[in-house]
Design a protein around this ligand. Structure first.
Ligand code: APR
Length: 263
């Protein structure tokens, strides 16, 4: 490990141990070592096939069953089926386990993740807010009730109306143009307000409102630690930059935090 990264890890560990409410904001980069491609940058899914249209959610509302049929046809395309296969066989990597351990030792209070791959939960993290939803779940767009896909299919044989309130039920994954579920957004803002140190790991920080949370923490006088092999729009705001893959930097960061807490 190069000396610059070593020094950055020492400083990041010290800032974390000196803070009182540490939150992590994670993105697709965290799951790269789990075999899931990112969305942007080299090899990213949107880089290859273009970003989905922002009108997708309106098209879904107009004709849920027709829209889902069209989506299933799109999903059978080579690019999306490759991405889907990757996400279905993915298991957590060292970066996910490192954040779960930071929670276990009482340092990390919340993970706000933009990922829908469920890997933080599988890795053992319990305090997780999934701002873009979770691909393994279904959600009612009216009352925000959630079920696993299997539960909902067993209950409803695919009819898309909510047994609680009658509104439409869709994948919990937030679509382009779909509002972030209100209860999730409220929790994200509450966590951000309490946060005095945010670890921004594996995200291009280009999608809002998620990218606004680190800006808010800095505006309130908090600390920003960025873990990413590349620069992002947040890099100039970072107090420390861990220029490495998160599967490599986060486990070492946890070791340094443990060592400082024993000292
Ligand atoms: N470790 C850590 N970070 C990495 C790694 C790695 N091994 N490899 C790449 N990265 C970084 C890239 O440098 C980039 O900054 O991960 C980031 C991935 O950026 P995006 O592909 O834009 O993913 P993300 O930031 O999560 O996108 C946000 O956009 O399309 C929506 O809903 C989608 O949740 C997603 C949101």
């Amino acid at each position: 490990m190069d000396e610059h990264l070593e020094n950055a890890l020492d400083l990041a560990a010290r800032l974390i141990v000196e803070s009182t409410y540490v939150v992590a904001l994670t993105g697709a980069g965290l799951s790269v070592e789990s075999g899931i491609p990112t969305f942007r940058g080299e090899g990213g899914l949107w880089t290859r096939i273009g970003e989905p249209s922002m009108t997708g959610y309106q098209e879904f509302l107009a004709d849920p069953v027709g829209y889902m049929r069209k989506q299933r046809e799109l999903e059978s395309g080579p690019e999306r089926s490759h991405f889907r296969a990757a996400i279905e066989r993915a298991v957590p990597n060292e970066g996910h386990y490192a954040l779960a351990e930071l929670e276990t030792i009482g340092v990390l209070r919340m993970i706000i993740t933009q990922n829908v791959d469920d890997l933080h939960i599988v890795a053992g993290s319990r305090r997780v807010t999934e701002i873009h939803g979770n691909r393994t779940k279904m959600r009612c767009i009216g009352c925000e009730e959630r079920w696993t896909r299997r539960q909902f299919e067993e209950m409803h044989e695919g009819r898309p109306d909510c047994p609680e309130c009658g509104a439409v039920v869709k994948s919990d994954t937030v679509m382009f143009g779909e509002p972030i579920p209100r209860s999730v957004l409220v929790r994200c803002f509450a966590e951000t307000e309490r946060c005095d140190c945010i670890i921004v790991a594996g995200t291009s920080a280009t999608v809002y409102p998620a990218a606004s949370f680190p800006e808010t923490v800095k505006a309130y006088g908090g600390l920003l630690i960025e873990a990413n092999p590349d620069d992002t729009p947040l890099t100039p705001l970072a107090d420390v930059t861990l220029r490495s893959s998160t599967a490599r930097s986060l486990p070492t960061l946890v070791e340094r935090v443990r060592a400082l807490r024993r000292a």
